[in-house]
Design a protein around this ligand. Sequence first.
Ligand code: F6R
Length: 238
Amino acid sequence: MEIFVVPDAEGTGAVAAGILAAVIRSRPDAVLGVATGGSPLPVYVALAGHGLDMSGIRGFALDEYVGLPAGHPESYAEVVRREVTERLHLVPANVFVPDGGAENPDVAARDYDRAIAKAGGIDVQILGIGHNGHLAFNEPGSALDSRTRVELLTERTRQANARYFDIPDDVPERCITQGLGTILEARQLLLVVNGADKADILREALAGPVSPECPASVLQLHPHVTVVADEAAAARLT
Ligand code: F6R
């Protein structure tokens, strides 16, 4: 596992974008796994600054809420469109998000795993970590070999994400999330972590026992993990 510690969130964006840019230059049809939330935003901003040809790049989002109306600004389909597809000039048809509005979300989840496999798997999966150790929306208790599926969000995660919604109660209770087993199949995992409020959980994930109680601890099982953290988030590593 490689760990880069930089002074601030902007620095995490620069380092992580540099890693992604190298992959994209060597593989112009690379498959990227894209995270939403606050942590990866500086990465997308910095990557846009590299001015790379992204026309062959494909993207798969980590997760999506179930039950938001189509076009809801906080659906991950919309967030990914704004923050990733448009910012990086990806071809919209090359970017996939689980279908949270599907009539049968369980089927949509299974189809999503198949679509990732059909694309040849994910080359680099960008990740953030939740305060409770969630990875994507795999909440504590998720099986380490879980596949993409429908899950319930914990109250803690709903509260953390309420900052993006006008009405906090509008945060959905269900989601479709890539499974921990799905995430582990990506060829490289790139975890981006910012802020003192993530210091304890980052330590638990990287140095604690590998356990479903801390889903992000599965990172310890993957052969190619790169962690990019700011000093505040990394304060409890060592
Ligand atoms: C987002 C996702 C989540 C976030 C996590 C951290 O697609 O899957 O696991 O990465 O909740 O969110 P931030 O970065 O907002 O602290």
